[in-house]
Design a protein around this ligand. Structure first.
Ligand SMILES: C[S@@+](CC[C@H](N)C(=O)[O-])C[C@H]1O[C@@H](n2cnc3c(N)ncnc32)[C@H](O)[C@@H]1O
Length: 344
């Protein structure tokens, strides 16, 4: 039940590529070639919304249970944006912006409640082709046109990472919408430091990298410590993952952990804040998971190692550990669960 969710593509239905006229053509609404976006082919998920599959990370960008549903349930609802939208200003940090679904769902919710809520926003993304492909394939058209136009501006004018950001590049204010923001393109291990140095304190942080095993560099103790420095004292950070290693790193960064329901039948996600107030607590089983070898976190002391090095470092630490193995923990819980079923 608490296995980390990897967004595999086995059960995603591929769009028929022989009829895929949306790729390698000219986008009629922009006149731009979609050649760059050909690296990403839309795949339908269970709620009818589309995702991409990453050839590099060998993983889907969203849950196959529903890409839009995941953005709404795991990111927007858990951070209580409908309630926060009554504030005059709301600050959002979208770590791993991707196709922009989490931001689109967030803005839609906020402005439905309060069209005047002023949103200050940072998005972090390594590969600018991803948001561009989402626009080229019209995947954001399920949200209001004003939001699509805004995200098109973000995709078309991302900010290359530079330490001189505040003076060299004014924040994007592309439309009459109450929004200022930057889509920072580069390795989030560097761009997060820029956001922190600007003193940005988010009311809500979306943490949405590929799974820990595919992209361990964005689940390390060191990276997450930087992310948590960008969270306001009353803010919430949310992620789809229930990985014990990720949860441990978030706890080490000073956050209290809560568990969110999975999308569809899938594993829970994680919601956090500094105080634990109003968080759905972890079950005893989930808490015990954080005392097994799976809970040994990923480490990247200089924020520069590749995934192989980071994985090997953790494997070594696990091999040297005296903690209960995760398979022992699993067996113990299977026995207990069987006994309580037998007793009924
Ligand atoms: C699971 S997808 C995010 C989906 C996205 N939140 C959405 O709503 O569409 C993960 C994203 O992380 C990006 N990524 C991978 N490594 C990164 C890094 N080191 N820094 C920043 N972004 C990275 C990928 O390009 C991909 O777009």
């Amino acid at each position: 039940m608490v296995q980390p969710e990897k967004r595999t593509h086995q059960d995603l239905k591929y769009e028929d590529q022989s009829t895929g006229s949306r790729s390698s053509t000219v986008d009629l609404s922009t006149g731009k070639s979609t050649e760059d976006s050909d690296a990403f082919v839309p795949q339908v998920t269970a709620d009818g919304s589309y995702t991409f599959f990453s050839p590099e990370f060998q993983e889907a960008f969203h849950s196959h249970q529903g890409a839009k549903l995941e953005a709404e349930l795991k990111f927007v609802e858990t951070t209580q944006l409908a309630r926060l939208a009554h504030q005059p200003t709301l600050r959002l940090l979208d770590v791993c912006y991707g196709l922009g679904y989490n931001t689109a769902a967030a803005l839609d919710t906020i402005w439905r409640v309060n069209p005047d809520c002023h949103v200050q926003w940072f998005g972090l993304e390594l590969d600018p082709r991803v948001p561009q492909a989402a626009i080229a394939h019209h995947l954001l058209d399920q949200w209001p046109t004003t939001i699509v136009q805004l995200l098109r501006h973000l995709a078309d004018s991302p900010t290359a990472h530079t330490d001189a950001l505040p003076s060299s590049s004014p924040p994007l204010q592309p439309t009459t919408l109450p929004f200022i923001g930057h889509l920072l393109v580069g390795d989030a291990r560097q761009t997060i430091q820029t956001v922190q140095k600007l003193g940005f304190q988010a009311d809500a942080i979306f943490l949405d990298p590929f799974s820990p095993i595919s992209c361990p560099q964005l689940w390390t103790v060191e990276f997450l410590a930087w992310v948590v420095k960008c969270l306001a004292p009353t803010g919430r950070l949310t992620t789809y993952s229930c990985s014990a290693a990720a949860r441990t790193a978030l706890r080490m960064a000073g956050l209290t952990l809560g568990s969110t329901p999975g999308v569809g039948r899938k594993s829970p996600g994680t919601i956090t804040n500094f105080t634990g107030e109003h968080l759905p607590t972890l079950s005893i089983k989930e808490e015990e998971h954080l005392h097994t070898r799976s809970s040994i976190p990923y480490r990247d002391p200089n924020l520069s190692d590749n995934s192989t090095t980071i994985i090997q470092r953790r494997r070594q630490e696990q091999a040297d550990s005296t903690l209960e193995t995760t398979s022992q923990w699993k067996k113990r819980w299977l026995r207990q669960e069987k006994q309580s079923v037998d007793a009924e």
